[in-house]
Design a protein around this ligand. Structure first.
Ligand code: KG4
Ligand code: ZN
Length: 335
């Protein structure tokens, strides 16, 4: 089955072609990051308009790359949510329109399920069951994955997502959006011993997260350094380091607990923050210590992309699922 995947939930237009026999045939991405950078975050209306401009050319691009035409498609999958409603509707309407014209099935999939299954596109894919840490700009969740569609939420953030915290801390340091990669780069020059930030919600049992207090702590630390005239380049790097270390340490502690509580020996880490090098190093170490194994998507499939949607959609379409006649855009949708 050849499935076209469409991702338009936020600020990346992602399109890919997945063949259930041959694997991933092609994928293409257009990032709107530069367009939103001036505003310090994603502007929903601009995002929707840009998806409208980019989506059809990207679909032609992936079909061309795979040497296929629209008539060669057996199904279409799109991100139905969660995300920005206008942005989601561009993908949903395009998918439904094309599927109707071609007479093929169409299915709206959950964005986080896409992230969750993204490591399945790698040569060394994990088998079910596993524990997944989903860390993106909108979500921080620990999920026990027993099989396709069999997800048990173990814990999640009660306020900000980890990626959102990275983005906000970056803004405080005058860095561009999205802030995760900028903080990570700056942190490499930081002194890990100069500042120590709290590891929220690690002093009590449980698998939930909270990152909003860490954000306030970061702002206070920056203001104190500023007030004493000490906020130079080195101090900014030290703040970035202390912040990254606190988020990473918190995520590692909760992953350890989730593996203990579930008895699983495979850990999948996905979503934008899974691109973080320090997080990967620490999780590798943690897994090696306990005879477990960590799995990640390749770099460009950590952040939003069409390949993960094509893959997740193909699995569900193969299982016989289809959308009814009306398209779906579900801005808030639990996994
Ligand atoms: O999954 P994603 O592309 O979009 C959402 O579904 O939210 O995740 C984007 C998030 C942003 O908050 C970004 O700052 C963060 O992932 N991110 C990182 C890194 N690369 C991206 N955070 C920390 N370190 C990174 N290297
Ligand atoms: Zn995402």
């Amino acid at each position: 089955m050849r499935v076209l995947g469409i991702e338009t939930s936020c600020d990346e237009t992602g399109v890919a072609l997945f063949d259930s026999q041959r694997g991933l045939l092609a994928d293409a991405l257009y990032s709107q990051v530069a367009m939103h950078a001036d505003f310090g975050g994603v502007v929903p209306e601009l995002a929707s308009r840009d998806h409208t401009r980019r989506l059809l050319p990207l679909i032609d691009e992936v079909l061309g790359e795979a040497g296929l035409g629209r008539r060669d498609l057996d199904g279409i999958a799109y991100t139905a949510g969660p995300g920005l409603v206008g942005a989601l509707m561009v993908g949903a309407a395009t998918a439904h329109g094309m599927a109707r014209a071609l007479g093929i099935p169409v299915l709206g999939v959950h964005h986080m399920e896409g992230h969750l299954l993204a490591p399945m596109l790698e040569d060394e894919a994990p088998d079910f069951p596993f524990v997944a840490l989903l860390v993106s700009g909108g979500h921080t969740q620990l999920v026990e994955v027993l099989g396709l569609g069999r997800y048990r939420l173990l814990g999640e953030s009660v306020d900000d997502a980890a990626g959102e915290a990275f983005d906000k801390a970056a803004k405080m340091l005058g860095l561009d959006y999205p802030g995760g990669p900028h903080i990570a780069r700056l942190a490499e020059r930081g002194d890990p011993k100069r500042l120590r930030f709290p590891r929220p919600m690690t002093d009590r049992p449980g698998l939930d997260f909270s990152f909003s207090g860490l954000k306030t702590h970061t702002l206070t630390a920056i203001r104190q350094l500023e007030a004493t005239g000490a906020l130079d380049d080195q101090a900014r790097a030290d703040v970035a380091r202390a912040f990254e270390e606190a988020v990473v340490d918190t995520l590692v502690i909760k992953c350890r607990r989730a593996l203990d509580a579930s008895g699983q020996t495979r850990l999948v880490v996905a979503g934008g923050v899974s691109a973080n090098r320090r997080l990967r190093e620490r999780l590798e170490h943690e897994c090696a210590k306990r005879g477990a194994r960590a799995y990640y998507p390749r770099g460009r499939f950590c952040t939003d992309n069409g390949a993960m949607i094509a893959y997740a959609g193909a699995q569900r379409l193969l299982a016989g699922e289809r959308d009814a006649a009306s398209m779906l855009a579900v801005p808030r949708w639990p996994l």
